[in-house]
Design a protein around this ligand. Structure first.
Ligand code: UDP
Ligand code: MG
Length: 338
């Protein structure tokens, strides 16, 4: 039986939330809100903005409060300090209850005009619809090359296939959001986590624009650490590399030792060879330090995870869904006490 127009209008509308982590973005926010708002107006969905203030030190909160006055769709999630983008994003996801969630940066590098296409793919049955860049305008060659190498490297090393050239800009279905919400690790390599949860995923291509205003919060040192984060949270391969390099150099040293003994027995020992000794010592010392360093990276992450701290705190109000520990054990009856 087909529904007539009246009946369709009475069906509950689908809901959409737009989660935006913001850290010192006062210049861009009004323009961002205007552009995203215009796109959302064209959709037949009830939409919400969830701005997560990640401990901004400029007038960002005032700007969001201003937006809230004029637009009832705006919600502010105010974190107690700067926790970093990945955690801000998670806090935003924790505060959604809509059928679908869009995750987008505030700097307008991700074109909001793509949202209808993301939504269309979601309606077609995909749980994670990610926007894939075809071109990086406004980024220098070094950034492009390093980004290219990073994606190829992590692709080769880890078992989950992390899509290359995608940022965090994507649409998540309710069940994908719930799944992400259950991953409470401190070291959150979001691109990896989005893939790790599985479910049908789909790419939508677009051109990445330069930042609209303000400056990027990334520098090469941060990007390096980000890459390290991605590698150490998604693969244990470096540990294996350390093992094999260690093994190879030990076998080499053993063979060389054998050769020295034989040579001394046959030709005698004219007391030379201290350079080779030095080389061997330096090489082994270097390998050992490298191995310890790699173990240290993993150990440091285990240390952070083992503290089981909540991911974030809110400035006002109780944080929902923050700690996902198992329910406290409740004694069921009086007998349990006896
Ligand atoms: N951001 C955040 N916390 C931070 C750093 C950044 O919430 O500690 C937000 C920022 O406001 C922006 C998004 O994360 O909305 C992406 O930041 P940015 O443009 O600096 O990163 P890039 O686009 O260069 O990867
Ligand atoms: Mg950006």
């Amino acid at each position: 039986m087909l529904l007539d127009k009246m009946e369709i209008e009475q069906l509950p509308r689908r809901t959409l939330s737009v989660v935006v982590p913001v850290f010192n973005e006062q210049e861009v926010l009004p323009e961002f809100h205007r552009r995203v708002g215009a796109v959302l107006d064209t959709l037949e969905m009830n939409s919400k903005f969830i701005y997560v203030n990640d401990g901004s030190t400029d007038g960002t909160v005032d700007v969001i409060n201003g937006l809230q006055m004029r637009d009832a769709r705006v919600t502010l999630v105010d974190l107690s300090r700067n926790f970093g983008k990945e955690i801000a994003l998670t806090a935003g996801l924790d505060h959604t209850d809509s059928d679908a969630v869009i995750v987008i940066d505030a700097d307008l590098q991700d074109p909001p005009e793509l949202i209808p296409e993301l939504v269309a793919q979601w309606l077609a049955g995909y749980d994670v619809v990610y926007a894939k860049r075809t071109c990086r305008d406004g980024e220098d060659v070094f950034k492009k090359v390093t980004a290219f190498l990073f994606y190829r490297l992590i692709q080769k090393m880890s078992r989950v296939q992390i899509p290359e050239d995608t940022g965090d800009y994507r649409l998540l279905s309710r069940r994908a959001v719930e799944a992400i919400g259950q991953l409470r690790e401190q070291h959150r390599f979001m691109k990896g986590l989005f893939t790790w949860i599985g479910y049908p995923q789909k790419a939508v291509l677009y051109r990445r624009a330069p930042r609209f205003a303000g400056a990027t919060k990334w520098n090469y040192w941060k990007l390096w650490n980000f890459a390290l984060e991605g590698i150490t949270s998604f693969t244990g391969l470096p540990l294996k590399v350390a093992t094999y390099v260690g093994l190879a150099s030990a076998v080499g040293a053993f063979g060389y030792g054998l050769y020295m003994i034989l040579r001394t027995l046959i030709y005698g020992n004219p007391v030379a060879g201290y350079p080779s000794l030095l080389v061997a010592i330096m090489f082994l010392g270097g390998m050992q330090l490298l191995g310890i360093g790699i173990i240290g990276e993993y150990l440091a992450r285990m240390f952070d995870e083992s503290k089981h701290r909540p991911l974030y705190f809110l400035k006002t109000g109780r944080s929902v869904n923050n700690v996902r520990d198992p329910q406290p054990t409740v004694l069921r009856s009086a007998e349990a006490i006896e």
